[in-house]
Ligand binder design. Structure first.
Ligand code: HEC
Ligand code: HEC
Length: 300
């Protein structure tokens, strides 16, 4: 893996530290950091890849990076994290939802000239390289954040269990001896924590092309109930909702159904089975998270 970016070096180092810690005796303490960069070790030790880690073509990442610096860096920053006049591309929903350059390429062809985002006519290969670079950057950022909060060894499983049964409200949907039985054996702790924090995002993340089914075909897709003027109501996974139409998918019959809408009719009510997790994302404290991960990791 090419370690061009110091932030990523930190991520790898933290990952090596936390993953190493639960499999082997604790690693020796890291060397004292250079005085002017308190949190960044000088060099990242090598580590083994986690099995579920997406593989990004390194050459494509590098080409994408060069292209970004040359063509986009002036506005979006040379690392895509935002610059003098363009937003942080790693936080762009358009980029995050992009599949192998498809959506990015379509966007670039048009740009948003009225908002100072020029249009670009790039070769398909160039778009795909740019996308690979952006996706790998997003992946690294996501994982750095995860590893920084991940400290399984010091979490208190008893406190985690108390939170699970009590304040956390987890038992309204889960049970340690039911659906979450053996969850600690199913996932490595890092993945487990990721699943706990964002059960949906975790599954959709991955290199382009390896994303499985579309989001609405997932068992935990956002549901929509459409109530027709005659009173009949139908529920299915939400595929599309605008002011002008709505489409739902019924996994039982594998049927798509669409209706035109006008003035908010037919009425659509949405329900996200993972809403509790979305809401919780803002409420987790570091301690609760560590303790819960320790508790769940022990459910073997
Ligand atoms: C001259 C400055 C400039 C350059 C050069 C530029 N951009 Fe932008 N870009 C912007 C601005 C400004 C916006 C925000 C537009 C808005 O507010 O809707 C933007 C928005 C975007 C967005 C949409 C973000 C979102 O979610 O709405 C993407 C994707 C993007 N740029 C990609 C690129 C790529 C890739 C390149 C290089 C090939 C590039 N841009 C070059 C200025 C620039
Ligand atoms: C309102 C219901 C609800 C609540 C409350 C809830 N969850 Fe979940 N949780 C879900 C759903 C739905 C899933 C998705 C299950 C799946 O994808 O198989 C899920 C998935 C998970 C997963 C991943 C399981 C797997 O096998 O991938 C973990 C771990 C988890 N939740 C832990 C928790 C914890 C810890 C709490 C309490 C702090 C909690 N959940 C609260 C509904 C809930």
């Amino acid at each position: 893996m090419h370690l061009a970016c110091p932030a990523f070096a930190t991520a790898v180092w933290l990952a090596a530290l936390s993953l190493g810690a639960q499999e082997q005796p604790p690693p020796p303490p890291p060397p004292p950091p250079p005085a002017n960069r308190p949190e960044r070790p000088a060099a990242a030790p090598r580590r083994t890849r986690r099995p579920e880690e997406p593989q990004f073509d390194e050459a494509a990442v590098q080409r994408g990076k060069d292209l970004l610096v040359a063509r986009c860096g002036f506005c979006h920053g040379s690392n895509a994290r935002g610059g003098s006049s363009g937003p942080d591309l790693t936080r762009s929903t358009l980029v995050q939802e992009d599949e192998n350059g498809k959506q990015l390429g379509e966007f670039l062809l048009v740009g948003r000239p009225e908002k100072n985002m020029p249009k670009f006519e790039l070769a398909p290969q160039e778009v795909s390289d740019l996308a690979t670079f952006l996706h790998s950057t997003i992946y690294q950022i996501g994982n750095r954040d995860l590893y920084q909060i991940l400290d399984i060894v010091t979490g208190d499983p008893k406190a985690g269990e108390a939170f699970f049964q009590g304040r956390g409200g987890c038992v309204s949907c889960h049970s340690a001896s039911g659906d979450l039985k053996g969850v600690g054996a199913r996932y490595e702790p890092a993945t487990l924590q990721e699943r706990m924090l964002m059960p949906r995002a975790g599954r959709r993340r991955g290199p382009p092309g390896e994303r499985g089914s579309p989001p609405w075909a997932e068992p935990n897709a956002v549901k929509a109930t459409v109530t027709l003027p005659a009173g009949e109501s139908l529920t299915g996974a939400l595929v599309r909702l605008t002011d002008f139409d709505v489409t739902i998918y019924d996994p039982g019959t594998r049927q798509m159904r669409s209706w035109l809408r006008k003035d908010g009719l037919p009425k659509v009510v949405m329900m996200d089975p993972l809403q509790a997790h979305v809401d919780m994302l803002r409420r987790w404290t570091d301690d609760d998270m560590r303790n819960m991960t320790a508790f769940l990791a022990g459910l073997k």
